[in-house]
Design a protein. Structure first.
Length: 501
């Protein structure tokens, strides 16, 4: 019988380790001038350097170094006055030179931390995630395995290699061991990756599109018996590419580890792959140790020794930290903790802020993005940002409601039209003939008609049973095709039936 998550956390204490890979948004690759534009025709963004042709020598991308230092500063890291590159060796079918230029014992940034908040049973709680290192490296190419049922190399008829991505500037952010998260381990991991994404987006160093692989997480997890100081054997789930999947992968691995341990079996140290459809992981390969990579200094690159004055200039130019920004917006908008957490979890905080900056009331802006628009996104199984509706559209809709030209119900029709690509809110209002019926004469005609059709209900209202008015108001709204102001209908209806409340 499968063990429950509650049983797992009652018996075992999880320990996390998170490695986040970030593709930088430089125009050229890490060690050559090839384009980094996503989606190019296979093998069209290559040159002798990233194809490892004899005699081709790498040159470090200065913008990549600047971006990495910015990341380190934003993560409260120390910046090394001297760092160097190394060769990381093992079989890379998608790296032409069969090794990766990375950093090993002398990374450019080290000893940092990130604080994250999550909603717990005891209210908001802060967790500090210590960052061991931030280092530079190059990304690998992409393998496409053709034939077979799984898309993996096993069972494939043949494989295709695209080297466009080989050499893309990559930054790896590695945490120290993260203990003490208890039952909240999956949520803490998700919050950490979300915070990193917000920090990186704010720095402007990456587009952080997890679905395109420009931000991906390797999630390490192990379990130790409650009260023990002995660390368990870890597994590493590779290349998890959504916040939801980070949470699901860690939760699933905690349950898998506990089932093995309860059965008297051993957890194997290995890499695993997360399966979106099942929420489970499957075995990849045994996890190498550092010595298996045969690191040695890269002989074709000089060490990196950034000027201290330049580092301070970069530090002074850092944008507002996402955590401080959230606290500021929470205070400015007078938002409860749970609603702020909801905006962060739904990844709509930036969009809500953009809507407010265009003049929309903060309460109404977040209501639309968290409510109707998020519902549409969920139905379509896409993110809110992927919908064809902008902050300017929502600000316009809020303004039309404020002017009394739309009711909330009519505004929902406009939102649907914008998402469907029918045009701007004003264009949809004109095309569909959407307008509020605010002619009291027309409303009274509809009220009298409804009361004559439902005399018993109307009499209940006359006798003082006010809740019965709801059915009549609904009928009037139907009669006016939802274009009446429900509050005005209620006022006129109660007055017509001799009630004032």
């Amino acid at each position: 019988m499968a063990i429950s998550y509650d049983d797992v956390v009652a018996k075992y204490d999880p320990v996390l380790g998170l490695e986040v890979h970030v593709e930088l948004n430089t125009e050229s690759k890490m060690f050559c001038s090839c384009s980094t534009v996503f989606g190019g025709e296979p093998n069209t963004q290559t040159c002798p350097v990233c194809l490892a042709l004899p005699g081709a020598l790498p040159v470090v991308n200065a913008r990549a170094i600047e971006s990495t230092i910015k990341i380190g500063l934003a993560l409260n890291c120390q910046i090394a006055p001297y760092s160097r590159f190394a060769r990381k060796n093992y079989f890379y079918p998608d790296m032409p030179k069969n090794f990766q230029i990375s950093q090993y014992d002398e990374p450019i940034c080290f000893d940092g931390y990130v604080d994250v908040e999550i909603d717990t049973d005891e209210g908001l709680k802060e967790f500090r995630i210590e960052v061991e290192r931030v280092h530079m490296e190059e990304d690998t190419g992409k393998s496409l395995h053709v034939g077979g049922a799984t898309g993996r190399i096993h069972g494939a008829d043949y494989s295709l290699l695209d080297y466009n991505r080989a050499g893309i500037p990559l930054v790896e952010i590695v945490t120290k061991i993260v203990p003490g998260t208890g039952k909240y381990a999956p949520e803490v991991a998700r919050a950490y990756v979300a915070e990193l994404r917000d920090i990186l987006r704010g720095l402007g160093v990456s587009d952080v599109k997890m679905e395109q692989g420009s931000l991906r997480c390797d999630a390490n997890v192990s379990l130790k018996p409650m009260g023990s100081d002995l660390l368990g054997t870890r597994s590493e789930t590779k290349n998890v590419n959504s916040l939801r999947s980070v949470e699901r992968a860690i939760r699933g691995e905690m349950i898998r580890h506990a089932e093995l341990l309860d059965a008297g079996a051993k957890v194997k140290q290995e890499t695993r792959h997360f399966q979106e459809d099942t929420g489970l992981t499957r075995s990849g390969r045994s996890k190498e140790q550092a010595e298996d990579y045969r690191y040695f200094p890269e002989p074709d690159l000089v060490p990196v020794a950034p000027d201290a004055a330049w580092i301070e200039e970069l530090r002074k130019a850092l944008p507002e930290r996402p955590s401080l920004r959230r606290k500021r917006l929470k205070q400015e908008w007078n938002v409860p903790d749970k609603e702020m957490a909801a905006m962060v979890n739904a990844d709509v905080l930036d969009i809500v802020e953009a809507t407010v900056l265009l003049g929309a009331d903060p309460t109404k802006a977040r209501s639309w993005w968290l409510g109707e628009i998020s519902r549409i996104a969920n139905d379509k199984e896409v993110s809110v940002a992927e919908l064809a509706i902008t902050p300017a559209d929502v600000a316009e809709i809020v303004a039309l409601v404020n002017k009394g030209e739309l009711t909330d119900k009519l505004a929902r029709q406009v939102v649907e039209g914008v998402v469907a690509g029918e045009g701007t809110p004003a264009e949809i209002v004109a095309k569909r003939g959407i307008k509020v019926v605010n002619d009291d004469g027309a409303l009274m005609a509809a009220i009298e008609k409804v009361c004559s059709e439902q005399p018993e209900t109307a009499q209940k209202v006359r006798d003082g049973h006010i809740p019965a008015a709801g059915a009549l108001i609904g009928a009037v709204m139907k009669e006016t095709k939802g274009q009446a102001d429900a509050a005005r209908v209620r006022e006129l209806l109660l007055g017509h039936l001799g009630q004032t409340n």
